[in-house]
Design a protein around this ligand. Structure first.
Ligand SMILES: NC(=O)c1ccc[n+]([C@@H]2O[C@H](COP(=O)([O-])OP(=O)(O)OC[C@H]3O[C@@H](n4cnc5c(N)ncnc54)[C@H](O)[C@@H]3O)[C@@H](O)[C@H]2O)c1
Ligand SMILES: N[C@@H](CCCCN[C@@H](CCC(=O)O)C(=O)O)C(=O)O
Length: 436
């Protein structure tokens, strides 16, 4: 979903040759065909793949836009074959462990160069470092980012359409989270609590937005060099109001469960969505009257309207993919797909609280808002693909010299990256307000 602008950006460079790889050959062919001089091949990334090893060996840099669980496998081959690697994904423990070997082999494994993570870091560090250079102290950092449909295309129960991996979007709703609020650590347990208390976001008052925390924000105190003066540190995700309220009943019913479900075995008997929902309610008779089923759902999970309007109470066949999460992701990906005339929207907002040496407190707002092109690149694809492409080219050109497992957190990396993104029209605006 996000690779086309990356290929397009790199294909403009005369001294770069590109091979697009995918386990879906027609997908790789379709992307490569759009740009001159781009090759495509079938590659199923699996443990022990000779083909993957060969490709890593003959490339100068490998960019992994695979599902994030596969990056570690690719990284191992890259390190062994002394090939650099770039991902738009969060740095995982599996990749972190490769740091020493990567350094020894003179390899750069650059992570978190997409949008969120990615451009959010670049804009945050530019602001934080500039404030620190001028004698400011960062007291708070609150950041929210969302990939959304443009508001005119948000008319569904989730108020959402998928601009990146549907599985990732749904799985994230079950995540645990941790952040710092006015000096207190706040922890949210995994398994669904995240959807219980979305906060209303009003920094763009023309939009009806809600937000919830994203993973562990506290680790960025050290990574952003914020020191001990930061009392509030939160990174969060943006959705339109109503998203959490619609997701929560799905979670409570078990529809987002990543574990296998006996009714969803691909070679088992056919099943409809209604039968699956009835089974998840612990009932056996799927001939139950529709209104009675809805009533049971309301009693058990609080709300049946979202399920109903997304077609999940219909007698339509389920494409069974073993787990409820994979099955629902596949279904919703199709149901909530962008149509060719529709566009997405990316909203990123940082609020940085700075205390200046004269005691004044500034609230700096950074807004980064990008719309997708109907029928062209989505905003998500542009804001993920372009920074990843820029980072890859910087490695190829020797502009990034750091070796080992890296993040784009130093000025020699984030400044040129931001400059090149701005040249692509990907710009942020700033607001400032003094609070005393
Ligand atoms: N940092 C960010 O802001 C950001 C935003 C969006 C996506 N991402 C990350 O970028 C990556 C790509 O995201 P996406 O939305 O394009 O996901 P996607 O699901 O659309 O794309 C994944 C691709 O990998 C291919 N694939 C899957 N398994 C494979 C295998 N075993 N071998 C070969 N190919 C395989 C699929 O065919 C598909 O082309 C993901 O890791 C995602 O988490 C990061
Ligand atoms: N938080 C925003 C933007 C998400 C962009 C995708 N980020 C992925 C990256 C996952 C990875 O590849 O490591 C995420 O899960 O946050 C939203 O949810 O709308």
């Amino acid at each position: 979903m996000v690779s086309a602008p990356l290929v397009e950006w790199l294909a403009r460079e005369k001294d770069v040759s590109i091979t697009v790889c995918s386990a879906l050959k027609e997908e790789a062919d379709g992307l490569a065909r759009k740009y001159n001089g781009v090759d495509s091949i079938y590659l199923n990334v699996t443990e022990g793949s000779d083909h993957l090893q060969e490709l890593c060996a003959k490339s100068d840099v490998v960019i992994s836009l695979l599902p994030y669980s596969l990056h570690g496998m690719v990284a191992k081959y890259c390190v062994a074959e002394k090939t650099h690697m770039v991902t738009a994904s969060y740095l995982s423990d599996e990749i972190k462990e490769l740091h020493d070997e990567a350094r020894r082999n003179g390899v750069t494994i650059m992570n978190e160069v997409g949008l969120d993570p990615g451009i959010d870091h670049l804009l945050a560090l530019e602001c934080i470092d500039e404030a620190k250079e001028k004698g400011g102290v960062i007291e708070s950092f609150v950041s929210f980012c969302g990939g959304l449909p443009a508001p005119e295309h948000s008319g569904n129960a989730l108020r959402y359409k998928f601009s990146w991996s549907p599985r990732g979007v749904l799985l994230n709703t079950l995540s645990a989270a941790k952040y710092l609020s006015k000096g207190q650590i706040v922890e949210i347990l995994g398994g669904g609590d995240l959807m219980s208390n979305p906060r209303s976001l009003d920094f763009l008052p023309g939009f009806a937005l809600e937000g919830f925390p994203n993973r562990d924000s506290t680790k960025y105190a050290e990574l952003y060099g914020l020191g001990k003066d930061v009392h509030t540190l939160l990174r969060g995700t943006i959705r339109y109001k109503g998203f959490s309220q619609c997701v929560q009943p799905m979670q409570l019913l078990g529809l987002i469960d990543p574990e296998p479900h006996p009714m969803l075995h691909p070679s088992g008997p056919d099943v409809t969505w209604r039968q699956l929902v009835v089974n998840m309610l612990g009932m056996s008779d799927s001939s139950i009257f529709y209104e009675n089923l809805k009533q049971k759902l309301v009693e058990r999970i609080g709300d049946a309207d979202g399920l109903e309007s997304l077609g999940l109470l219909d007698d339509t066949p389920v494409v069974k993919l073993n787990t409820p999460l994979d099955t629902l992701s596949h279904y919703l990906a199709k149901r909530l797909e962008f149509e060719s005339h529709e566009r997405d929207l990316v909203i990123l907002r940082h609020e940085v609280g700075i205390r200046w040496q004269d005691g004044r407190r500034e609230e700096r707002g950074i807004n980064f808002v990008v719309y997708g092109q109907p029928g062209g690149h989505s905003a998500m694809a542009q804001t993920v693909g372009k920074p990843a492409a820029i980072a890859a080219k910087m490695i190829l050109d020797g502009e990034i010299q750091e070796r080992g497992v890296c993040l784009p957190f130093t000025p020699d990396i984030y400044r040129p990256m931001l400059q090149r993104l701005r040249a692509e029209g990907l710009t942020a605006t700033e607001t400032t307000r003094f609070v005393n």
